[in-house]
Design a protein around this ligand. Sequence first.
Ligand code: NAP
Ligand code: MG
Length: 483
Amino acid sequence: MSEIYRNFIAGEWATSNNAIDNINPSDISDVIGQYAQASAAQLQETIEAAKQAQKEWQATSLEKRQAVLNKIGEEMMARSAELGELLAREEGKPRAEGVGEVYRAGQFFTYYAAEVLRQIGENADSVRDGVEVDIRREPMGLVGVISPWNFPTATASWKIAPALAYGNAVIWKPANLTPASAWALTEIISRQDIPKRLFSLVMGSGAEIGQNLIEHPEINAISFTGSYQVGKTIARASAENFTKFQLELGSKNALLVMDDADLDIAIPAAAGGAFGGTGQKCTASSRLIVHESIHDQFVERMLEATKAFKVGHALTEGTQLGPVASEAQLNANLDYMKLAAEEGCEIAYGGERLNLEHDGFYMSPALLLGGNNQMRVNREEMFAPATCVIKVGSYEEGLATVNDTDYGLTAGIITQSLAKATHFRRHAETGCVMVNLPTAGTDYHVPFGGRKNSSYGSREQGKYAEEFYTQVKTSYIFSGSPF
Ligand code: NAP
Ligand code: MG
């Protein structure tokens, strides 16, 4: 029997009555380990314990807090090969993407280590004589972090690092599909010189322990990345308790390829944006909106690029596209492929289950043609290695099609026209815009987030994260006369 990895409750590794198997989606005979499922009583215990620890952490010197964040980040970067392999093994993205993700996650910690020293407030003269005003930020207190499986280390790190940097305690509920990455990061944090009960790991299902966490009246703020449906549940629960919350949700990102596009830029951007991370990115290009005068040429080369992807085991050298993350995800993807055909799309390539050397959740990348923007496959987030080409007759029609969606995370344009690129940048109804770049792929030192049903609340990442993890206090000081 494999080792049972425990939760981190009130500063101790705690056993549970229940555990789940963590299965490698590249090879379902490979069980990575068993992961304990936290109970409601453990959640209660760790929340109680975190309150005092948070007060101690808030009072800890800036340089000490900075040093802790640096140490976490540096260890993650130094161990990115090992931890990236573990991530790839449990999630299914190719090893290089897993290693890159862990390295990037380390950079979130070192970035926020530096931000610890940049917590500088404001001051003002009062309208009353002899009175000064001091405006500063204080931590929120207890922060609940709920993260998804698709970027299990990066999404969690871009929440945990600022939460700690700005003086909060963290209670982390990772996705149950990817507990190994969460356990590994927790193990690093557990060795740091921080108040013992400052950081908690509560693995378990969203419907059980996740729901308990979001309904808990003593959690002061919840940062969530995941689906629109669960986001709504969190919004309702948070409203009930007046808990501050921030949601990064799904999307239906479009890449607009104009008649003057350089296809040497357009094709890698479209293919990488659509199929990178097996299409399981919130920033994936799932609609390719292409000008009619370049459409046939684009499709011919996109078809070649799609066929060229090497699908395989995440840890096999040369794999470009791993399996999808779970059987449920694979079945949902295959249902969408059926729906695409029923709705009148031509499936020019892919969209089929693949039986490879290892028994895993493999699917060939799918290129759908002849789509229109009213089809369900172009309105609902599939989270699949599948993308649909929609032909348009003009830039105006293209822009309108890009914006005709309930979501609004990223949008891209491929054009050589500065005027069109500028117009697009200003009129795309999304939180992020990419010019001559894939819709996926963002930096860590600048804000990230969307509009419409893709996001709610203040921005994540960069300096902007301060808004969520802190609250403003305004103090009035009358010092009297010195004479
Ligand atoms: P999900 O089903 O919403 O799950 C996300 C997290 O929420 C998981 O940890 C899940 O736990 C938990 N959860 C589920 N039900 C809950 C509940 N009632 N209360 C509290 N927590 C609950 O999403 P997913 O399938 O893991 O991830 C895919 C989605 O994430 C896609 O829609 C994608 O677009 C989105 N995403 C968005 C971004 C972004 O930045 N905008 C980035 C990455 C992913 P369990 O799964 O363990 O049950
Ligand atoms: Mg797994």
